[in-house]
Design a binder for this molecule. Structure first.
Ligand code: CA
Length: 227
């Protein structure tokens, strides 16, 4: 399970973020100040990513970002800034943040960014173990198994390869042609409808309601996106 540090002094926003992370199968570690965040990081299990609000009482989010980076290169950091503070973006990224999000943001945008960040952060480990996670799904490249909430799901090799492509591009709209080339190879000249057929089958296997998919989303006129 991904462990996310949420540093936000406004309790209502912090609660909302933490609740949504938990709903998405992540663990939320909450701090109402930078000082508290540093204590939690020093004492607790390591976090995969941190969400740092800029405006905090005491030490601000930028200083916190620098403090965290002094000790930890691996953790993913997203800076959360108030709307209209464009300079904050450049500043945040220059002191070691990985991404930046502006308030107010949608929960789905935040989750997509966190997923993408955790994917990038875990890439080095993933390449060794071949073990990729996204929400309640786990894809193991060495044993070529796929599971949902710990329950194995049997996939064909093609379906497995489509899932690999999705896991490498969490939240990204993938063109049907790109899926076709990525899975069937550059020299495959078949119809892209084969992609649709496999997506339909994948939905039957992994979605709770295949007709109302929550994970493999259709991007109309373009392709599909893993959520
Ligand atoms: Ca704040």
């Amino acid at each position: 399970m991904k462990r996310i540090l949420v540093v936000e002094d406004e309790a209502s926003i912090r609660d909302m973020i933490a609740l949504n992370l938990r709903l998405h199968g992540m663990e939320a570690v909450e701090a109402d100040s930078a000082e508290r965040a540093l204590e939690l990081l020093a004492d607790g299990a390591p976090c995969d990513a941190a969400l740092l609000d800029v405006m905090l009482p005491g030490m601000n989010g930028f200083s916190l970002c620098e403090e965290i980076r002094k000790k930890d290169d691996a953790i993913g950091i997203i800076i959360v800034s108030a709307k209209g503070q464009e300079n904050d973006k450049i500043r945040g990224l220059s002191i070691g943040a990985d991404d930046y999000i502006t308030k107010p943001f949608s929960v789905s945008e935040l989750i997509a960014r966190l997923d993408a960040l955790c994917r990038r952060v875990n890439r080095a480990t993933a390449e060794e173990t071949g073990h990729l996670e996204s929400g309640e799904f786990v894809l193991d490249e060495s044993s070529r198994t796929f599971s949902k909430n710990g329950q194995p799901i049997d996939l064909t090799q093609v379906e497995f390869q489509i899932m690999e492509l999705f896991f490498e591009n969490v939240g990204v709209a993938l063109e049907r042609e790109k899926i076709l080339k990525g899975v069937w190879g550059e020299n495959y000249f078949g119809d892209v409808k084969i992609v649709d057929v496999n997506i339909r089958r994948l939905r039957m296997k992994i979605e709770d309601e295949p007709s109302n998919p929550k994970h493999i989303l259709t991007v109309w006129g373009y392709g599909y996106r893993w959520n």
